[in-house]
Design a protein around this ligand. Structure first.
Ligand SMILES: Cc1cc2nc3c(=O)[nH]c(=O)nc-3n(C[C@H](O)[C@H](O)[C@H](O)COP(=O)(O)OP(=O)(O)OC[C@H]3O[C@@H](n4cnc5c(N)ncnc54)[C@H](O)[C@@H]3O)c2cc1C
Length: 594
């Protein structure tokens, strides 16, 4: 068999892949499905029955549930066997993250522990540090937290004032400072704390035990949502941290923080899919029970529209999420075969896909916000009642646009990181962009009617890619090094990139599904794809025009606007009928089975 073609991060802008090159959720194996089932069973038996109780800020109960998940082995999914874990693939980790993502506050506490609370030590720790801490974090014997944010250092994470200085005897760092918004602060035994040594410009990282004298945890914050997840400030008052608890090298903290955030963003991309599916299930069940005007509300076109749109966006985001996940796995394997040790291969593999990590984070969290917002709407007045799961889901979903880097920061990163990677020589973005820009007058749609169904969709997506290149080239020409300051334009470009990447992932997924199930059994997936690409084209047209009018001189703008018109023209779709068919399947199944 021909090897799978793997693209570098951001390379999708200039290279296409085929459906055989993409991993899709339908290809999960038995073991992966078993992991998913175990996570689901845990939610059903331990998390949902206690969801209201933990939301009354019962820290002790949350701690017990976390410990139980550790006893069952769920905390060890990402951890190699030698540190008491199960060493699962990245795809499996993402699948587990998806299922757990439907677990409200528990999801946040669990993900913080297993991800940002544990992995810095696994990936950057010495063997002694891993044996001492990771072996116990993997089983839940110890619980972890990640302490980066400070009152004056949020998005600007390197601006922290927390300071460390070496003691006179050279045995300890004396840590002083304050962290805020720390997930699991109320009960975490182990904290990865970022601080600057002396007057360093960049951060270092330290492993701090909660019991070290001078560590003071404040009471929990009162939050809008995820109320059951402990979030608090932590103060460090002359805390003596043994020198052997420096994590990584001096000055390596910012790099550690960023690498872990890339991982966190990818996992968040999976979490929000689980939360979206839960919201869809709650929506359709309610719509199938509630009657008004003598009819079930699920029979109304306006409600079908919402149900279908919930499905379309979730299914599309899911395609992108697992596409990236497998790319990460394959890159990790490649690094390992090149001689990298497993920890380094893993974190480098994850960090490489920084463009896609930011993209999944932004796109997925906004899909969830849409899905849960419509879930509340489908419930009408009941959606506003604290008795309903969707009310909790609505409040809990909002944080996803704020943490792991706000969506503003991540949106900027999508386009910026891709351009930086290209400048480094990862792929030829600027040469190709110039070529497309110089052929503006001759851009056309060719003999589109002669293309097969999937080739036609790919043709549209290819056009969207050309528009990204045009926008990048035009904006770079106009703003040069100042482009990064033109955040509105960068956001336009990032939005087009996200729509395009998701559209491509969806098209390849649907094509592969059709190959597996046959055309007759896959017509609904074509409906999903048809509606998605049709809508994406108009979103892209708007974003591209906004960008062009921000950088182009009037005459050039006319030419560019015409090109945008051509490149976003797609065949008409009866979206009403397509959405109805999608909704009807959901309504008939009474749950998300796509
Ligand atoms: C419930 C919760 C749990 C959290 N858990 C943790 C944790 O476990 N560990 C941890 O270290 N942190 C944690 N955080 C902190 C979180 O990561 C930060 O809140 C987040 O990074 C934003 O920082 P900030 O709150 O200071 O907002 P700010 O950085 O002040 O941002 C305010 C607004 O300005 C925008 N903005 C800022 N800079 C720019 C820019 N350059 N360009 C454009 N827009 C910009 C932001 O996007 C935002 O809209 C948590 C936060 C919350 C609310």
């Amino acid at each position: 068999m021909e090897p799978r073609k793997i693209l570098k991060s951001g390379e999708f802008l200039v290279s296409d892949i085929e459906s055989k090159d993409i991993f899709i959720p339908e290809e999960m194996n038995e073991e992966q499905l078993m992991i998913a089932q175990t996570c689901q069973d845990f939610l059903n038996t331990e998390v949902y029955p206690n969801a209201d109780k933990v939301d009354k800020q019962d820290r002790e109960l949350m701690k017990q549930i976390l410990k139980k998940s550790g006893d069952l082995g769920l905390m060890g999914i990402s951890i190699p066997e030698e540190y008491n874990g199960f060493g699962q693939s990245f795809v499996s980790q993402m699948l587990a993250a998806e299922i757990i993502g439907a677990g409200y506050s528990f999801s946040v506490a669990f993900m913080a522990h297993c991800g940002i609370g544990t992995l810095p030590i696994l990936y950057y720790g010495t063997e002694e540090q891993r044996q001492k801490y990771v072996t116990k974090l993997a089983t839940g014997e110890l619980l972890g937290a990640y302490c980066l944010t400070e009152p004056g250092a949020g998005s600007d994470a390197n601006a922290g004032k927390t300071n460390a200085r070496l003691s006179e005897d050279g045995k300890h760092y004396i840590l002083n400072g304050q962290k805020m918004w720390i997930t699991n602060a109320g009960f975490a035994d182990i904290q990865t704390v970022f601080a600057k040594i002396d007057n360093d410009r960049v951060l270092s990282a330290f492993i701090v035990e909660r019991d070290f004298p001078g560590v003071v945890v404040s009471p929990d914050e009162h939050k809008m949502g995820i109320k059951g997840s402990s979030t608090a400030q932590i103060f460090y008052n002359d805390v003596k941290v043994p020198v052997e608890n420096l994590l990584g090298k001096r000055g390596e903290g910012f790099r550690i923080a960023l690498s872990i955030l890339h991982m966190g963003r990818l996992k968040l991309g999976a979490n929000v899919i689980g939360a979206s599916k839960k919201a869809i299930n709650d929506s359709v069940k309610y719509a199938n029970e509630r009657k008004q005007f003598g009819l079930l509300i699920s029979t109304f076109g306006a409600i079908k529209y919402k149900l279908a749109e919930q499905v379309i966006r979730t299914y599309a985001a899911e395609a992108a999420t697992y596409r990236v996940s497998k790319d990460v796995d394959d890159l990790i394997d490649k690094y390992k075969t090149e001689g990298c040790d497993r920890g380094r291969a893993t974190i480098d593999g994850i960090s490489h896909y920084a463009v896609e990590a930011a993209l999944l984070k932004v796109y997925g969290s906004e899909v969830l916000n849409y899905v849960i917002d419509e879930a509340v709407q489908i419930h009408g007045g009941m959606g506003y009642s604290a008795e309903m799961a969707v009310e909790k889901g609505y409040r809990d979903s909002r944080i996803n646009r704020i943490f792991e880097g706000t969506n503003e920061i991540n949106r900027l990163l999508i386009a910026d990181t891709a351009m930086k990677r290209a400048m480094k020589g990862d792929f030829d973005l600027f040469g190709q962009a110039e070529k497309v820009y110089n052929s503006l007058q001759s851009l056309g749609n060719g003999k589109i009617n002669e293309l097969s169904y999937f080739d036609e969709k790919k043709h549209y997506i290819h056009n969207f890619k050309k528009l990204i290149l045009i926008a990048m080239h035009g904006a770079s020409k106009k703003f040069d090094k100042q482009l990064v300051q033109e955040q509105e334009v960068m956001n336009n470009i990032s939005d087009i990139m996200a729509e395009t990447y998701v559209a491509e992932s969806l098209a390849l997924r649907v094509q592969k599904v059709e190959g597996m199930k046959g055309e007759a059994a896959s017509s609904l997936y074509r409906d999903i794809l048809n509606v998605f690409v049709y809508d994406a084209a108009s979103k892209i047209r708007k974003a591209a025009l906004d960008a062009v009018y921000a950088f182009a001189e009037p005459q050039e703008a006319v030419v560019l606007a015409k090109a945008i018109e051509t490149m976003t023209t797609v065949a008409g779709v009866n979206v009403k009928a397509a959405r109805r068919r999608i909704a009807d399947k959901l309504i008939e199944d009474n749950s998300y089975k796509f």
